[in-house]
Design a protein around this ligand. Structure first.
Ligand code: B3K
Ligand code: ZN
Length: 923
């Protein structure tokens, strides 16, 4: 099962071999899409489950697709032992060619025939966690994108949809619970202590949505009646000790069901909806029809073990997978290039769900800011690096490498722009048309955009549809330059917007996009000015806010009757995923920060201001004394902190300086140590200059009463945590022992994990001597809680060095922790909590002048690749941006990537990443 040999074998037979430059023979191209030569109408699978050798009998009803020329049937398979192939009950001749099972002499014509295939596989040896595997004595499957072929031979592609009947047979004592998709139709006893269960899924589905689970699990159950009167059974399956941690997940599932009914009119279409949690999982969760499988991290939550962030993540991921039931499962992707059809849309839906759950306008803005922060830090970096690809990619070597921030987060922004261009009601109409047209089909991103536009024929989306769709085909983040010109005599304000998109690998030429720019104008006293836009038709009264549609490279918009030189508030709510350049002075930023009616842009003003200060400090050079924050900026922050109208969570975001990763992306040449030093110095100054305010904030916010994970109380805890961290940080300067003591106390006595963890990290991040005993105690208390241990590893991997000398370095600490009895490279969550947290979450610890961090990274990529290629390929991406690094980091980073690239054997997952990284332009 763990075949990681470079595999021309699993190349689809029709993949192009020649006539293209610069891509490998294993590259799959979107343009080469061909409909399948056969359909598989139904599948009956029988599993005899055994960890060492599971037997799989696969009986299919197959029929030729008469719309394409007659050709052999080529079934995908990987790591299977083939025992028997029967066609209409007779032994059939077949070949194994490049991993595929090829059947040539099949019945002619369009009449269906029976195809029976018997194979075995070894789930206990499956460390890739793709296909059928065993985790802690329970069988699980993961089939997206191409894991089903590791279970049986099949047309493993999303446009082949079949009805499944699944019979599971296993030892009853070891595997009392037997689950698969759909409805349980039969169960009973077998000989020798074995039992069986038969499941039937009424909906046609592609193979990637198949799932089975078998093991000793228990379930929280809930019966609900939907709006339409239909009854459903909801179940959340976990290991016996975890049942009390599933209440929040169940509540989130019920909220998701209600939300999709209300917001989109989409009801649950199954009698039974199951979620199962496993601690060994490559990603967050999987939307298998009726049987979602989740990483425990996104199911289990109790106030003692989970932070507010964990609670919010559970709600959002449960929502996401549930929403896939319509956007992904009922309507699926024609091919994997269309992945964003389901992922971008479903992320948009889960973002809206979380916003609606958050309630108040400012809590909604907090969620939006968090989403945009992720997009701008991570996706913009991806879009500017060697793995840049369009939302609908043109080619891939390994599809699992394309479950990216671009497909998910930028894809969601593309859907959000459509929503902006057609309006809330128009979008709902568009969704209705999409389901009317395509329910039960496997379709493309074009089909989706067409449905939204057709439902709104007068909208700017419909008018500019072809151009809008460039968002799907063009990679790279667009830049928009805004220049404002005020004419006092004419009382006009002219805004000129210019768009450009930098070239990306393989895509040199870029064309203008459709960019919705939501905006308002503020007077110098902060009041919103009425917008009167001059157009060919005369003057349009637009009220206090409008959305301009930029469609040319450069366009000017003139507003009339503007009584004073206004402060423009552009791209409100981040109305398009672009980098906005505008030269606002401190006065303008202060006005926006204090008065803008759009909370997103208030936050944005604070970030731009901070960014400018940081860039200036970086430019000032090393010789200068510790950089400081200007008094005016500090005064604005003090003012904001004292504003009783604002949500604590919002204040916390405004008071957070841009991250080191975000700062790095704004620079041409990156010295991670220098960025760290400057940001740390400014943080120290923020701690010092606002000391009195931090004390007040702590006093006012640290008691949040009985624990509730709602957005409002979570915001209070976040702000209190920030205040405590600042006070402990400032104690390094003052030598004060009181605040560190209070932090230790709060760590010990906290009534919930958020407060406890915030206090612990305040000590660890400040490198205080109390950090060590606190970490020890934390491990002692939570040694049986694996998700909490992940936090323990992660905190240490992402904290600064705790002293001088190599032994005190972060790398030395990480290497020691790898020897800890609780560490295992095989468990993806644990590997992520230590190794990824170091390589991706601790720039100053990782980017060492001696290159030792990079060497460690290379070793771990190679070690992981032998276990789990998908996880290894994620880690491999940590050095994507090597070409931007200053010396000596750059050369050392490149050498480490080259070392991975030269290693044999290497999975095609990792190979694609490192080859693309090495091909990055030299600048
Ligand atoms: N669709 C899955 C992701 C599958 C990843 C395969 N490498 C989870 C999700 O996006 O909901
Ligand atoms: Zn998804």
């Amino acid at each position: 099962m763990t075949d990681t040999t470079p595999t021309p074998e699993i190349l689809p037979a029709d993949a192009p071999q020649q006539g293209r430059e610069a891509t490998d023979a294993t590259t799959v191209h979107r343009e080469d899409y061909q409909p399948p030569a056969f359909w598989i109408d139904s599948v009956a699978l029988t599993f005899d489950l055994d960890p060492a050798k599971t037997r799989v009998l696969n009986k299919m009803q197959v029929r030729r697709n008469m719309a394409v020329p007659a050709q052999p049937l080529r079934l995908d398979g990987e790591g299977l032992n083939l025992a028997r192939v029967l066609v209409n009950g007779q032994g059939a001749s077949f070949k194994l060619e490049r991993g595929q099972l090829v059947l040539s002499n099949l019945p002619e014509g369009d009449a269906p025939f029976d195809l029976e295939i018997f194979t075995t596989c070894q789930p206990e040896k499956n460390t890739q966690l793709s296909g059928l595997y065993v985790s802690q004595g329970t069988f699980f499957t993961q089939c997206e994108a191409e894991g089903f072929r590791r279970i049986t031979y099949f047309l493993d592609r999303p446009d082949v949809m079949s009805v499944y009947t699944v019979t599971l047979r296993a030892d009853k004592a070891a595997y009392p619970v037997l689950l698969s998709n759909g409805n349980l139709v039969e169960q009973g006893e077998l000989e020798d202590g074995r039992h069986f269960a038969r499941w039937s899924d009424p909906f046609k589905k592609p193979s990637y949505l198949f799932a089975l689970v078998a093991g000793p699990l228990v379930a929280r159950e809930q019966r609900i009646t939907a709006r339409n009167g239909r009854e459903h059974l909801l179940q959340i399956y976990v290991r016996a000790g975890d049942l009390e941690k599933t209440e929040h997940a169940m509540r989130s599932l019920m909220a998701s069901i209600a939300w999709d009914e209300t917001r989109f009119g989409l009801p649950l279409d199954l009698d039974r909806f199951m979620i199962v949690a496993t601690s060994d999982f490559n990603m967050g969760a999987m939307e298998n029809k009726g049987l979602n499988i989740f990483n425990t991290k996104f199911v289990l939550a109790s106030q003692a073990t989970a932070t507010d962030q964990d609670f919010a993540n559970v709600e959002s991921v449960i929502g996401h997978e549930y929403f896939h039931n319509w956007t992904g499962n009922r309507i699926t992707c024609r091919d994997w290039f269309q992945l964003s059809l389901k992922e971008g849309l479903t992320v948009f839906r889960d973002q809206e769900f979380s916003m609606d759950m958050a309630g108040s306008a400012s809590a909604r803005a907090v969620k939006r800011i968090e989403d945009v922060r992720l997009l701008r830090t991570m996706q913009f970096a991806e879009d500017a690096g060697p793995m840049a690809h369009p939302v609908r990619p043109d080619s891939y070597q390994e599809i699992n490498n394309f479950y990216t921030l671009t497909i998910y987060e930028k894809g969601a922004e593309v859907v959000r722009m459509m929503h902006t261009l057609v309006g809330e009601a128009g979008f709902r109409k568009g969704m209705a048309l999409y389901f009317e047209r395509h329910d039960g089909q496997a379709v493309t991103c074009d089909d989706f955009a067409q449905a939204i536009a057709d439902a709104n024929p007068q909208s700017p989306l419909a008018v500019h549809l072809e151009q809008f769709k460039r968002w799907y085909s063009q990679a790279g983040t667009p830049h928009v330059q805004a220049e404002g010109q005020y004419d006092a005599a004419a009382q006009t304000y002219t805004l000129t917007l210019t768009q450009t998109t930098p070239p990306t690998p393989g895509q040199g030429e870029k064309h203008p996009l459709i960019i919705p720019v939501r905006l308002g104008l503020l007077g110098r006293n902060g009041a919103a000015l009425p917008l009167q836009l001059q157009s060919e038709q005369g003057v349009q009264e637009l009220g206090l806010e409008a959305t301009l549609v930029l469609h040319e490279r450069q366009q000017s918009f003139t507003f009339t009757q503007v009584g004073e030189s206004p402060v423009p508030s552009l791209l409100r709510g981040f109305s398009a995923p672009v980098v906005l350049h505008q030269n606002l002075d401190d006065d303008a930023l202060e006005t926006l920060l204090q008065y803008d009616s759009d909370p997103f842009n208030r936050w944005e003003a604070s970030q731009q201001w901070a960014q400018r200060i940081i860039v200036q400090a970086l430019a000032d050079g090393d010789a200068q004394a510790a950089p400081r924050l200007p008094e005016r900026y500090l005064a604005a922050l003090r003012h904001l902190l004292a504003d009783a109208q604002l949500d604590a969570a919002f204040k916390d975001l405004v008071l957070t300086l841009p991250s080191e990763g975000y700062i790095a992306e704004q620079l041409d040449s990156v010295d991670p140590q220098r960025i760290h030093a400057v940001r740390e110095a400014l943080q120290d100054h923020l701690a010092q200059a606002l000391h009195a305010q931090w004390q007040t904030v702590w006093e006012q916010h640290h008691d949040t009463g009985a624990y509730q994970p709602d957005a409002h109380s979570a915001g209070r805890r976040a702000l209190a945590g920030k205040a405590l961290a600042m006070l402990v940080r400032d104690a390094r300067r003052t030598g004060d022992a009181v605040w560190p003591g209070k932090a230790y106390q709060s760590f010990k006595d906290a009534g919930n994990m958020t407060d406890r963890f915030n206090a612990l990290s305040a000590l660890v991040q400040a490198g205080h001597p109390l950090a060590e005993p606190a970490l020890e105690r934390f491990h002692q208390v939570f040694r049986g809680e694996s998700l909490v241990l992940d936090k323990w590893f992660q905190l240490q991997a992402s904290a600064p060095a705790q002293g001088q000398g190599e032994a005190a370095s972060v790398l030395a600490r990480v290497q020691r922790l790898m020897q800890h009895p609780d560490f295992s490279l095989r468990n993806p969550n644990r590997a992520r909590s230590l190794i990824f947290a170091y390589a991706q979450g601790n720039p100053a610890g990782f980017h060492r002048a001696d290159g030792a961090g990079y060497q460690f990274w290379a070793e771990q990529v190679i070690a992981l690749d032998a276990i789990n290629a998908q996880v290894a390929a994620r880690l491999a991406r940590a050095l994507d941006r090597w070409a931007k690094l200053a010396e000596p980091y750059r050369t050392a980073a490149r050498a480490a990537i080259a070392r991975v690239a030269a290693h044999e054997p290497l999975s095609k997952d990792v190979r694609e990443i490192v080859q693309k990284a090495l091909a990055a332009p030299a600048a």
